[in-house]
Design a protein around this ligand. Structure first.
Ligand code: CTP
Length: 438
């Protein structure tokens, strides 16, 4: 198992830092997500270390450091090409904005540090003696498969409203249940999500879409009503569908795409999401299912600050799907060819992957795509300047109109994609275009 070897290496490197701090008279532990992931046998991301040493003492002990967040007690230590966040044991002051503590104060005991953390499985520390400091029952929560807050959920979510999304992400990713008091805490605090920057919201949401349980994540996100409480208003088509899901469960109609299990009590019609290989296809499938069109998809991603290229791909898939509604069985092949030309072959393939994941048979569509010898002007066996020379007409906007026409002819198989056929088709098309203009 590759990740286990990598895990062991990073874990040992982290423990080396712990030893170094201890040899210099400080207390130190591996803490937070890395302890949780190590116990779950999952790949380790960041290795965080908590210590009694003050930031300036940490800076003095290691040769390669970055003063990442001195005010909050954090120093980044670079060792063996990896970086480790070393943070002084701390308590957090009041949170007046549901995002950041107004102030932090350093404390001497690791247990006090663990008490400020969000969930019991994130509030464990691993010592150099191999023992786990687990004052809130994090290991029990892992064994029981539940998301449980340290102390009162409402207090934890009031401190940092993003934690409500984190609860959902961990539950979905690990296949855990959300304990009833945690769920109630989410419901009663959901309005506070409006205080969280959109970048943080979308990073969490995007991680959920890419992660192990996107269907469960979406189910919780919609059922909790969290998403309609974000800072920016999201397109009405999205809000409406999300709200319908909250009230009625999975009432979206996928029947035209082949039946999917619909179970009112769980993620029902979202079950196809994990069958798709990447977050973007999952986003597209989700939004198409919700009836969000291409232009609303772009608006949604603008609000979420998700990058242009990704948003364009997802919106193009939604657009492609939407355009097909204009065709019936007898004209559908034409619809596929036209849209493949308008978007691209890879967007067509994306839509097919989604439909297959939804249980639809797409033999005919695949065949249409395979039969298409060209799908873009660049693939045509004739160039604009050749047309201009051959027809004896000075270059102008007519060239792209004509090339587009030739592309449609060649793509639909009415003429072959070879120079001779394209030039002779160009000649008669030009004649028609001139006559049409008369
Ligand atoms: N809103 C937050 C974010 C983090 N933490 C604490 O800080 C640790 C590190 O946070 P982070 O690196 O953001 O997350 P991880 O828990 O490590 O998990 P992941 O990497 O999957 O986000 C968490 O384990 C948790 O103890 C917290 O209490 N509240």
């Amino acid at each position: 198992m590759e990740h286990e070897l990598e895990n062991d290496k990073r874990w040992t490197e982290g423990l080396d830092i712990v030893h170094r701090l201890e040899h210099n008279g400080h207390r130190a532990y591996l803490v937070g997500g890395c302890v949780r992931d190590k116990l779950l046998g999952r790949p380790l991301h960041d290795i965080d270390i908590a210590t009694s040493a003050k930031p300036e003492e940490v800076l003095g002990l290691f040769s390669r450091t970055l003063p990442t967040g001195l005010k909050h007690g954090t120093v980044t230590v670079m060792e063996e090409g990896s970086s480790f966040e070393v943070t002084t044991f701390r308590q957090e002051g009041d949170y007046t904005d549901a995002r950041r503590p107004d102030e932090v104060s350093f404390v001497l005991d690791v247990k006090e540090d663990l008490a400020r953390r969000d969930f019991t499985f994130n509030a464990m520390a691993f010592g150099s003696d191999g023992k786990i400091v687990d004052p809130f029952g994090g290991q029990d929560a892992l064994r029981a498969g539940v998301v449980q807050c340290v102390g009162q959920p409402s207090e934890r979510f009031g401190e940092d409203a993003l934690r409500m999304l984190r609860a959902i992400r961990f539950a979905a990713e690990f296949g855990f249940d959300i304990l009833p008091d945690v769920w109630e805490g989410i419901i009663s605090n959901r309005g506070k999500l409006a205080q969280v920057a959109m970048e943080r919201v979308s990073a969490e949401w995007d991680k959920m879409m890419a992660g192990g349980g996107p269907e469960q994540a979406c189910h919780y996100l919609f059922k909790s009503g969290l998403l309609v409480n974000v800072k920016e208003s999201l397109p009405e088509s999205f809000r409406g569908a999300a709200e319908r899901y909250r009230l009625n469960g999975s009432d979206w109609h996928w029947e035209e795409w082949g039946a999917l299990d619909s179970d009112e009590s769980s993620s029902g019609n979202l079950l196809y999401l994990p069958l798709l290989p990447d977050a973007d296809l999952r986003w597209a499938a989700l939004l198409i299912g919700m009836g969000v069109n291409g232009s609303d998809t772009l608006k949604l991603f603008r609000s979420l600050r998700i990058s242009g290229k990704r948003a364009e791909r997802i919106a193009a898939i939604a657009d492609f799907h939407e355009s097909l509604s204009a065709y019936d069985e007898s004209t559908m092949r034409h619809g596929w060819i036209k849209n493949t030309i308008a978007h691209s072959r890879s967007i067509a393939e994306d839509l097919l992957s989604i439909r297959e994941a939804c249980g639809e048979t797409v033999f005919a569509e695949r065949e249409w795509l395979t039969e298409m010898s060209v799908s873009s002007v660049a693939e045509l066996d004739v160039k604009g300047d050749e047309l201009s020379r051959y027809l004896g007409v000075a270059p102008g906007p007519w060239i792209s109109v004509l090339l587009q026409r030739l592309l449609e002819e060649a793509a639909s198989g009415r003429i072959p994609n070879d120079k001779g056929s394209l030039l002779s088709e160009a000649k008669s098309a030009m004649r028609n275009m001139t006559e049409e203009r008369k």
